[in-house]
Design a protein around this ligand. Structure first.
Ligand SMILES: [Zn+2]
Length: 366
């Protein structure tokens, strides 16, 4: 794969470099000179046998090509995201706009990691990136789980990106910044059914547009919002976003009053920011800066198990959706893709089983 701009996917002459994990975050958590291991990645050796591999980096060297224009387009988002992260770390008030921005920033990082992953694993699955950062941010339903753990300083880690499932389709990943753990999940129609909106009975992951039948929703907002169970002692943030390809179709099937309850207005494909705290219902997040987001509930996630737990949930989400949805494949490629898919799901399952067998996660597995 040619190394091309991670934002737009084009080859440009004047290249700058983009930190997938932003420099301000590396400095904030004092990671500048630390060596970190990312992975595992999966690849075929010379005998065509599948092997595990790891990459060692300093966060600072975790950079990828980007064109000047794309890079500067996103620098404002970085500045604003830094402000929001600082507010979260010091437990200060946040507005609905702050969360909207935070979700977009998580989109950027998640897709950046997806492209980086395809580069670094030498793309052994032969995957064509479905989108680059420019086309992928703010286009799909998204959610964020925010877990507060005990006090910890100077800590930065991301993960949930090491399975073939993530390389096929970057649905979820996690980021731990000091004493806050974030799990980000994003997909077309991720929230549609639970938000009472029209949703597809069947869909194919390989081509985003390929949705078969969209059926009317219940017009009620229901919890839980996704099919994978997770530890609920956290702040959950949701934002439905309709891929514009589907907007007209959904509007036809959804009565105006329900559409307006979920989305900013009838003309918009952007949903309101919703949130949920332990033992309370899903609500719309207010416009003004407030501390409604904050939950100080003691949960059973600790410094000692949060990484494994968030890895497990990210993997479960990816595995679930990858195996639930079908792949529509051109007949001449189906044999080889089916074979790769079989290997991928077998690997996913083996790693999930391993994580579920860990003692430190026993009381957390639902
Ligand atoms: Zn570019």
């Amino acid at each position: 794969m040619k190394k091309i701009c991670i934002f737009c996917g084009k080859i440009t002459k004047k290249k700058t470099k983009e930190h997938i994990i932003p420099e301000w975050l590396i400095e904030l958590t004092n990671q500048k000179n630390k060596i970190l291991r990312f992975g595992p990645y999966y690849k075929f050796d010379k005998g065509n046998k599948l092997i595990l591999d790891f990459n060692d980096f300093t966060f600072d060297s975790f950079v990828y090509p980007a064109c000047n224009m794309c890079n500067s387009k996103f620098s404002k988002l970085e500045g604003n995201a830094k402000d929001v992260i600082l507010r979260i770390l010091s437990e200060r008030p946040l507005s609905n706009k702050n969360f909207n921005l935070l979700l977009t920033w998580f989109d950027k990082i998640r897709i950046g990691l997806y492209i980086a992953n395809l580069y670094d694993s030498n793309n052994f699955l032969g995957i064509q990136p479905k989108y680059y950062i420019n086309q992928g941010v703010q286009t799909k339903d998204r959610m964020l789980l925010i877990y507060k753990i005990n006090k910890r300083k100077n800590y930065l880690l991301f993960g949930g990106t090491g399975l073939p499932a993530f390389m096929h389709y970057p649905l979820s990943f996690f980021l731990i910044i000091n004493n806050f753990g974030f799990l980000n999940i994003c997909d077309d129609f991720l929230l549609a059914k639970s938000f009472g909106l029209p949703y597809p009975r069947k869909r194919f992951l390989l081509y985003d547009q390929n949705v078969e039948v969209v059926v009317p929703g219940t017009l009620n907002i229901k919890y839980p919002v996704i099919e994978i169970k997770y530890h609920e002692e956290c702040t959950q943030i949701y934002q439905p976003i309709l891929n514009t390809i589907f907007q007209e179709q959904i509007q036809k099937l959804c009565p105006e009053n329900h559409y307006k309850q979920v989305f900013i207005c009838r003309d918009s494909n952007y949903g309101k920011i919703f949130y949920k705290k332990p033992n309370s219902p899903i609500k719309v997040y207010r416009k003004d800066e407030n501390k409604d987001w904050f939950t100080n509930k003691n949960n059973s996630l600790t410094e000692g198990n949060i990484m494994e737990y968030l890895t497990l949930i990210s993997f479960k989400v990816q595995h679930h959706y990858l195996t639930k949805y079908g792949f529509e494949i051109a007949p001449d490629r189906s044999a080889i893709i089916n074979e790769k898919f079989k290997i991928a799901t077998k690997l996913n399952k083996a790693i999930i089983d391993h994580l579920e067998s860990l003692d430190i996660l026993k009381n957390l597995i639902l």
